[in-house]
Design a protein around this ligand. Structure first.
Ligand SMILES: Cc1cc2nc3c(=O)[nH]c(=O)nc-3n(C[C@H](O)[C@H](O)[C@H](O)COP(=O)(O)OP(=O)(O)OC[C@H]3O[C@@H](n4cnc5c(N)ncnc54)[C@H](O)[C@@H]3O)c2cc1C
Length: 433
């Protein structure tokens, strides 16, 4: 490096799994560099807008796609073994109710990757209903022949892991700043030199990484308006989409009965739409469901453009739930537990916003509109489980060593399939629900 080149420094906007994992991996790889992680919510806040902040998330390598299967297996190895991650991981197994041949594909992928399939079974429905004390015997099995049981999958305490990993990154020298980023800052040649907060603070770095989840298209729209350059716009590369979660408080005896429960998922299929399902009870005995209705929230931006973004309140109005979405959760409950679920009242609803791409592939890429600007987000409703490893891939993208297949897959500019057949691509508008 010549003396005229500044040593690399990093600003990461957004402390969800993409941003926090990147901060941790950068701090591990380059312990002497300056790394600033900025989020509108403090990492210790009681409530956050991040998709990554949640009671629990499914951790599985059960994928049709071989690339994500491989990546998820790599992440799971860390979840199981590493003292930083292990306390948050629960290998309860997953019970997949699927109508699409998914089970066979998952088993084939494990075999192709040379992984053991001992803990995986394809079980005929009548036999499956008797597993786990029969807790899923009332589920909806319409059109289902077999259930996939993968005992080597599970879930993780999402809030707990996010906070602990942020603290580990800070311990390694990352500066955490709670501030809302209003704009990016540019140098004389149009290069990105940092960010400006809503309170007027300026932070500068040679590398600015946007890990801003569902807020990304809105932020980029602002940058396009400011610079007069359309190249900033997300366009049809990603869309902010919402899904609803809800929790029910179990009594002590039901919590005890369900303590050995695996994650239960009705897998998405072309006829029925996106998946729904339930996660085993948390420490405080709460059972969680997610719904299958996926929606957007198209608004007119100050630029005049129509863009889907989370509601424009500091908490994304995530605790305000229309009746239709409450019913969507009731449907998930019924599909998983049948009549038995009627005894539980799903309360504590939350709308969770994520950035979704047409192919459900992440974007981990330089942003071609400005040197020094990068994007690492778009979890597309499946990004959380990669938390332990995704930052390693972002650092490879930053230093140019990301393998070419992943470069192409995660590029800002890549071929984009028609999202019509994609069940997690939102069609409905929040205001119509
Ligand atoms: C209901 C639901 C269930 C899911 N379940 C699973 C699951 O079981 N397993 C799984 O693997 N994945 C799951 N996902 C997907 C996963 O949660 C997301 O893909 C992942 O968390 C996205 O991470 P992120 O870092 O890109 O974004 P986020 O976690 O949303 O983080 C973005 C951060 O950017 C900050 N930010 C945005 N704009 C600004 C700004 N202008 N200034 C400052 N800060 C800003 C936000 O405050 C936020 O903290 C689920 C998603 C949802 C919505």
């Amino acid at each position: 490096m010549t003396s005229s080149q500044p040593s690399p420094s990093y600003i990461i906007v957004g402390a969800g799994v993409f941003g926090t994992s990147t901060a941790l991996h950068l701090a591990t790889k380059f312990p002497d560099s300056s790394i600033t992680l900025i989020d509108r919510d403090a990492h210790t806040a009681q409530s956050r807008v991040a998709a990554s902040w949640d009671w629990n998330k499914v951790v599985r390598a059960d994928y049709r796609n071989l690339v994500y299967c491989r990546l998820a297996l790599e992440a799971q190895d860390v979840w199981r073994a590493d003292p930083l991650w292990r306390p948050f991981y629960r290998e309860t197994g997953i019970y997949w109710i699927s109508r699409t041949g998914f089970a066979r594909q998952v088993l084939d992928n494990y075999a192709r990757l040379g992984r053991a399939t001992d803990g995986m079974r394809i079980v005929p429905v009548e036999e499956a209903k008797r597993l786990y004390g029969g807790i899923f015997d009332g589920a909806d099995y319409t059109g289902v022949e077999n259930v996939l049981v993968n005992e080597t999958s599970g879930w993780a305490d999402a809030k707990g892991a996010l906070q602990a990993v942020t603290e580990k990154a800070v311990e390694k020298g990352v500066r955490f700043v709670a501030a809302e980023i209003e704009e990016l800052s540019f140098g004389e040649d149009g290069e990105c030199v940092g960010v400006l907060t809503k309170d007027g603070e300026i932070y500068t770095a040679t590398h600015t990484i946007l890990s801003t989840g569902a807020f990304t298209p809105k932020l980029l729209d602002r940058m396009s308006q400011k610079t007069g350059r359309d190249e900033f716009l997300a366009g049809d590369r990603m869309i902010a989409a919402g899904v609803t979660t809800g929790l029910a408080q179990l009594d002590d005896s039901t919590a005890e009965e369900f303590s050995g429960m695996p994650v239960g998922i009705q897998e998405n299929d072309p006829e029925r739409g996106a998946s729904n399902g339930a996660l085993p009870p948390t420490k405080d005995k709460k059972l969680k469901w997610w719904g299958q209705c996926i929606f957007k929230n198209t608004q007119t931006m100050p630029s005049g453009r129509q863009i889907s973004a989370p509601p424009a309140f500091t908490d994304y109005s995530q605790w305000t739930i229309p009746d239709t979405l409450v019913q969507d959760l009731e449907f998930a409950n019924k599909a998983t537990f049948g009549k038995r679920g009627e005894a539980w009242k799903v309360s504590e609803h939350r709308i969770c916003w994520d950035a979704v791409t047409p192919s459900e592939d992440f974007i981990i890429s330089p942003h071609p509109a400005s040197k020094g600007l990068y994007v690492a987000t778009c979890g597309s409703f499946h990004g959380w489980k990669f938390f332990p490893v995704i930052g390693e891939y972002v650092t490879r993208m930053l230093d140019g060593s990301l393998e070419s297949e992943l470069q192409r897959r995660w590029a800002w500019n890549r071929e984009r399939p028609d999202p019509t057949g994609n069940k997690v691509w939102p069609v409905k508008e929040l205001r119509d629900l």
